[in-house]
Design a protein around this ligand. Structure first.
Ligand code: NAD
Ligand code: MG
Length: 397
């Protein structure tokens, strides 16, 4: 903390969540200052962010990019120190000066720094759902052992967190909560004839009707794997068993999720679909601060619709429930196979309708075991990637 300000590290600063986070930070210069910003390869964008926020550190993947960014910053008179590589991500997530860490790297690459933040007792603002899906049990253990606090950024989980009773601890027993209702927009292909899905392009899949997001999560929303990952995320965050987590399609994305209680009450959190709301909530919790989000106008929205998800149209959702019930390394295998399949689709090497086939073939091929250490999880992740890549190659021949 410096002079009463909270110091934040933003992992994945150049992404969609990173940019929204920095927008909230910039609205409250009296409350927050930036300790470190990280990006994979977007040096120019990170440069601009460094000039605006003056972090002590910036991190990029390669040493060459680090040298280039360092020279650019020196020429501009900015004294940010530039680091590179995966250990640097861990270091800026766990440095003693840091109060909170926005975990907004996409995919498995975000797991090590998020775990480091947990071990060193930070307030973790968790957007990187893949980390929790891969290693939920280990992650939650590290949060407890490190004395960290975990606040969900995913809009659904943030909404659920807001709807749960004060002081809620994992596990629904005794809390009076009977169900968690996870809303889903249904993505851009909710009503598209199923036989047209084979021909959809990355641009069509990334054109989400309500949210502007990174490309990987946009494709996940189109297959509804995103909702599947979120069911698993809800299991770890709130301790709700699979049977008590229900997915509800709500195309307007105004209700971000709901919590049902034994007395018949159902509490919902509503708002415009803008990630700055959950980000500002988690940053300031338990206080409330301005996020820059437009006030909700119910008259403009007019109506709210709901429908059941179709597991035939969205087989990835079924895969996610399956691995959640199985436990062990199964969710890590699902996540890795999905990352490979989505990247292959985005590169034009795999049809959209084959993503779920790659995942189910990989799940069938990898032998199961308990996820009792990080090494086991990372090994399952590596083997599943190899296996899924083989299936993609065969599918694209
Ligand atoms: P994005 O693709 O826009 O940004 C990803 C960020 O991660 C970038 O800063 C990129 O430089 C960095 N990155 C990518 N690969 C990396 C690697 N190998 N090593 C280090 N850094 C790397 O993604 P996003 O939409 O901002 O999503 C980020 C995370 O937040 C994802 O896990 C996503 O599921 C989750 N999330 C996003 C939204 C949203 O609205 N965008 C909502 C809920 C959850
Ligand atoms: Mg979400």
């Amino acid at each position: 903390m410096i002079q009463g300000k909270k110091l934040i590290t933003v992992l994945g600063a150049t992404g969609s969540i990173g940019v929204s986070t920095l927008d909230v930070v910039a609205r409250h210069p009296d409350r927050y200052a930036v300790f470190a910003l990280t990006a994979h390869r977007q040096v120019d964008k990170l440069f601009t962010q460094c000039l605006a926020h003056h972090p002590a550190y910036a991190v990029v993947a390669s040493a060459d990019d680090a040298a280039r960014l360092q020279a650019m910053l020196e020429r501009a008179g900015c004294c940010t120190e530039v680091l590179s590589g995966s250990q640097a991500l861990v270091d800026v997530a766990s440095a003693p000066e840091v109060d909170m860490v926005m975990a907004a790297i996409v995919g498995a690459a975000g797991l090590p720094p998020a775990l480091a933040a947990a071990r060193s007792g930070k307030r973790i603002l968790l957007a990187n759902k893949e980390a929790l899906v891969m290693s939920g049990a280990l992650f939650m253990q590290e949060v407890v052992a490190g004395g960290a606090s975990l606040l969900p950024i995913d809009s659904e989980h943030n909404a659920i967190f807001q709807g749960l009773p004060a002081g809620f601890e994992r596990g629904l027993g005794g809390s009076g909560v009977t169900r968690i209702l996870l809303t889903a927009s249904g993505g851009p292909f909710l009503n598209k004839p199923i036989d047209e899905l084979a021909a959809v392009t990355p641009e069509m899949a990334c054109a989400h009707p309500n949210w502007v997001m990174g490309r990987k999560i946009s494709v996940d929303s189109a297959t509804m794997m995103n909702k599947g990952l979120e069911v698993i995320e809800a299991y770890w965050l709130f301790g709700a068993p699979a049977e008590q987590i229900e997915v509800v399609i709500h195309p307007q994305s105004v209700i971000h999720s709901l919590v049902a209680y034994a007395d018949g009450s159902v509490l919902a959190q509503l708002g415009n679909p803008d990630m700055r709301t959950p980000i500002a909530h988690a940053m300031a919790y338990p206080e409330r601060i301005d996020s820059g989000v437009k006030p909700l106008d119910l008259f403009e929205i007019g109506r709210l619709d709901f429908q059941r998800p179709d597991f035939e149209r969205f087989p990835c959702l079924g895969h996610a429930y399956r691995v959640l019930r199985e436990g062990g390394i199964a969710p890590a295998v699902l996540n890795a196979a999905n990352e490979v399949a989505v990247a292959s689709f985005l590169d034009g090497r795999l049809g959209f309708d084959r993503i779920s086939d790659i995942i189910s073939a990989t799940l069938d091929a990898i032998e199961r075991r308990e996820a009792d250490s990080l090494d086991v999880v990372l090994d399952a992740d590596r083997r599943a990637r190899e296996c899924a890549s083989g299936f993609v190659e065969r599918a694209s021949r």
